[in-house]
Design a protein around this ligand. Structure first.
Ligand code: PHE
Length: 342
């Protein structure tokens, strides 16, 4: 039989102990305080634990069971509250740490100084865009070339007088005079013709080298862009039309181009092409012509079946024109006061 006189005070004591433990857990201010509270609550003589020893003093088995269950669920409620509160403190500690350790990168972002491409690179990229728009593909070749690709295959055998116009820098490599720094981008024509079957619509930008003394309009290292078209039925009209379309696309509608008869060993007929500025002045831009049959043959293309045209011009000069640079040497001194203008 239940002994109400001893059970009721015990039930009250359990409820009171539970309530005060839960209140203490709720009002504790930080994690260290919670940890010491938790240690206190787990001590043998904590109010709830002390009540467990009281259980034995109850007479009725029913009362022992009921009060035991009550004590048990009170302990579970308290330890659950401890776990939850610990979790809360840990979470806010993490959030506080994120805030505390956050790095302020705003200064880096606002003060960053962005560089930009060199004006010759800018011009090259624009040229590539224009020619890609006209249906051309881009090809590249090495700066160190063989005499064969730079001269021989371009219809300039060893004795050819035109060779002397290309103030060539030779490398001390292999047979004397057999390896050189390419004097123009035309050897890339040979490489393209030897590796792609026609039809070919390609442009080949790159760096070229000549034994030249730097002055306002010349540098010993400069840039060219080569164009090559090989297909059936290509005529000089296609060449003139391409040059004109390119001139307008690159420089603007109010620019126009003209071709003047000229001579290159690798084209026949050959021409020099000029563009006319808004102020009416003509600027010489490069050379062009119909690919010489000997050049086609040296690249195993049948001149009876295919014909084509080629052109090549200096990119540095175009960048110089476009940005109204007085002296081409300024483009290569890396003076920031100059570079930052573009
Ligand atoms: N390679 C010539 C030069 O450097 C230019 C050119 C290219 C001429 C293609 C005709 C055809 O002067």
């Amino acid at each position: 039989m239940s002994d109400q006189s001893s059970v009721n005070p015990m039930r009250q004591a359990i409820e009171k102990a539970q309530a005060s433990a839960l209140l203490a857990i709720k009002t504790v201010s930080d994690l260290p305080a919670l940890r010491s509270l938790s240690a206190d609550l787990n001590k043998k003589d904590s109010p709830l634990n002390a009540l467990k020893t009281e259980l034995g003093k109850l007479n009725s088995v029913d009362d022992k069971r009921t009060m035991g269950q009550l004590l048990n669920s009170a302990s579970i409620a308290v330890s659950a509250a401890l776990d939850i509160r610990t979790g809360e403190f840990e979470q806010s500690e993490i959030s506080a740490r994120i805030v505390r350790e956050a790095m302020d990168l705003s200064e880096l972002v606002t003060n960053r100084r962005r560089g930009h491409s060199h004006i010759v690179t800018q011009a090259t990229m624009r040229l590539e865009d224009v020619f890609i728009g006209l249906g051309f593909q881009i090809a590249e070749g090495p700066e160190v070339e063989t005499d064969f690709n730079n001269f021989e295959a371009l219809n300039m055998p060893k004795s050819h007088p035109a060779r002397s116009e290309f103030d060539t820098m030779f490398l001390e490599y292999g047979e004397p005079g057999s390896v050189l720094l390419r004097t123009h981008t035309s050897p890339v024509q040979i490489r393209v013709m030897q590796s792609w079957p026609p039809p070919i619509y390609a442009i080949m930008p790159g760096r070229v080298f000549r034994r030249d003394t730097p002055d306002a309009t010349h540098m010993p290292v400069f840039h060219q862009i080569e164009g090559l078209v090989i297909d059936r039925g290509i005529t000089f009209a296609h060449l003139a039309g391409t040059i004109e379309a390119f001139t307008k696309a690159f420089f603007g509608r109010d620019f126009t181009s003209r071709l003047r008869p000229s001579y290159f060993p690798f084209t026949e007929p050959s021409a020099e092409f000029d563009i006319r500025r808004q102020d009416g002045e003509w600027i010489e831009l490069g050379g062009c012509g119909m690919v010489h049959p000997n050049v086609l043959v040296s690249s195993s293309i049948d001149p009876e079946e295919f014909s084509g045209f080629a052109f090549g011009f200096g990119i540095d000069r175009m960048a110089k024109e476009r940005h109204k640079v007085e002296d081409i040497r300024e483009m290569y001194t890396n003076d920031l006061r100059f570079v930052k203008q573009f």
